[in-house]
Design a protein around this ligand. Sequence first.
Ligand SMILES: *Cc1c(COP(=O)(O)O)cnc(C)c1O
Length: 453
Amino acid sequence: MEFISTRGFSDSVSFTEAVSQGLAPDGGLYLPLEFPDLTPFLGTWENLPYEQLCFEFFKLFATDMDPSILQDCIERAYRKFSVPEVAPLVPITEKWKVLELFHGPTLAFKDFALQLLGNLYEAQIARDGKNLTILGATSGDTGAAAISGLVGKKGVEVFILYPNGKVSPLQERQMTCTEASNVYPLAIEGTFDDAQKTVKEIFADLSFREEVGLSAVNSINLARILAQSVYYLYAWLRLGPDLRESTSFVVPTGNFGNVFAGWLLTKMNVPVHEFRVATNQNDVLHRLFNSGEYSLSEVSPSLAPSMDIQVASNFERLLYFMVNKDSVEVREIMDTFRQHGRYCFEDFTAGGFSSCRATDVEISELIHKVWKNHNYLVDPHTACAFKDLDPSQDSVILATAHPAKFPSVYEKVQMEIPKSPILESLLSIEPTKYEVGVDTDSVRSFILDKLAK
Ligand SMILES: *Cc1c(COP(=O)(O)O)cnc(C)c1O
């Protein structure tokens, strides 16, 4: 199968090339040239265990990988989850079911993609002999999930910058208590934006990039999207024939990666009633779906920090379909947006979506309400999905993180603080972190120094 860039200036590539490049050379995002029709498979896929469904699905895309290696990558990734269903579907009312995506090693849905991506990288290195250096900046969740997915992988060294003292103590432990010799958490003096800026500058240094085999693990990687499509399909198959076409998926959303992964199934002829995009007070997408205006805004820190974004980086993939795969128009729209910080769509039509927005006050209220009415504890991100949710609409609500990741929120709303044995076990491990200057030179020489070891 071939993969093409949304901006149309890059050559088409194979699956493994799209995975190792992440972003296309023309700045666009990779998508399959043509989508497989899943209709003939759905009957036989109905009762497959999670890992097997994932394998059958990925086989259609990863056509340049040896199937037995692909299968091994997938099995090892999901064996690390703490429940055999991997993504359990839990009914909380007659109409509502929660799809629990927090049973992976770092207790957030990002594990679905990053555990698999780590194994895919390793397989690729074993095949090509080219080592990879992963560099990223994090404000918490992504760094923890990326590190966990890459711990101990042969041929991969991982450098993650984070603002010292500005990530939650739990998130810091998740990054620094791995005891892995290929993982370097760099605590920098500054903000997340300072860390991000340094990372971008280092990526812009093409000779350094080539020299150390630099790669990123951000949410624009196509393998991350496809890995996330699988749990939508798994849930859809488990709904049973009478509910499949009438059920909505409700998705706590930041960069639009998660919900886009679900929507992609509709391109493969899996009929879904609707995708409901739930945002926090950083509501660039809620505004887009309501008014057709896509515009930059300041990030305002919320109780659901992993959804605190300024722009939704995966939106470009939906845009590509909205303009009927016209790369020229994608480029024009993205250019206008870059220059003016906003773009207004005349008659905006992104069929199949609705949206909602929850402020911090509403998040606190929703956590209480869902607990009181349904005896189910949601984390602050998942809480947003319950805003104005129609009780008579069949819905699958994606639970994106385990409540135990956000102890301070429950303290604030005066509820018992949830616990997780995985997080408790980190307390007995001595953290390892490196304090490094935030300037590009310091980070670059730190990387070279460690790679030379
Ligand atoms: C990353 C994250 C999100 C947002 O997902 P996107 O794919 O960026 O839309 C929501 N909830 C949690 C807990 C997350 O970690």
